[in-house]
Design a protein around this ligand. Sequence first.
Ligand code: ZN
Length: 319
Amino acid sequence: MTDGEKKRKFIFDKYSENIIFLKSNSVIDIELKYDRTYICPICLDQFSEAALDQTLQNPLSLEDAPPKSLGGKANILTCKKCNNTCGHEIDKHLTERMQELDHHKFLPNIEFTAKFEINGSTIQGKISIDENGTMTAYHMDKNNNPIKLQDYIKTAKKDSIINLQIDKKQVNPINLQIALLKIGYLLTFEKYGYSLILDNSYDRIRQQLKNPFEVIYPLDFWFKAPLPKEIYGVPFIIEKGLEAICPIFPLKTKVSEYVFGTIVPLTTKPIEDVITELKERFKVQKRFPVAFDPMNGGVDYLTDLKAISKMKTWINNLK
Ligand SMILES: [Zn+2]
């Protein structure tokens, strides 16, 4: 077995057992097509172990939440169809935006393209920042008109002021936020298995992930904040009025780390209500305390019935 095969089988076993466990304890009520079933968290189609065969048309494939390019590891299976619609193409926008943030901060050990301008003459160049933070600007022979470049070199004197314009990547702002939603949703699935996500109230997130070019989910569901490491993971916000799931994860580029929080609603409360309540509080105060329950303490929410029941009771009591 290759590493990929081992990983896929491991994830299949873990979550197909989770379904059987939840069903036999009446936590969920669902018709299963196979003795051992994996449900794709995005389209909710059911798959048997045979779907691990990658030569099939729509096999179960490894998914990294967060994307591998931003420090994530393969932790979930989604069907290839979902992986294609909401996969690398969408994640790319998030990765590129994170790299762009690094460029604007001129952090060490990065290189990026830019335009240099002196007295109206502009050429294409490259900025490289070494490990000590020393910045070197190059012009490029390849991407410049040779006459324009000669002109520019003649104009550029030791003391001339050069305007620098960092090249903008083609980042789609909707796609990049959908990529954040996918991470938050898949991390919720990774931790709580099928005990929460099979509820109809998550259809909207799934619709959004299946249609990454439309806005279906309110886009102010995420925030970027310096949060303490102890809270990384999938805690619950237990503050009265703000109750929700709050996946928190770092995204790592080559040189920096950005921490994001995302809001995934509980089955009893629409996302809009949580966002409205948050905005109301910001109106009154710039800062206010929010209580989190980290939901860990060594508890495995895939197999610990007591913990799952306690969580479900707490959610149901919010109705
Ligand atoms: Zn799917």
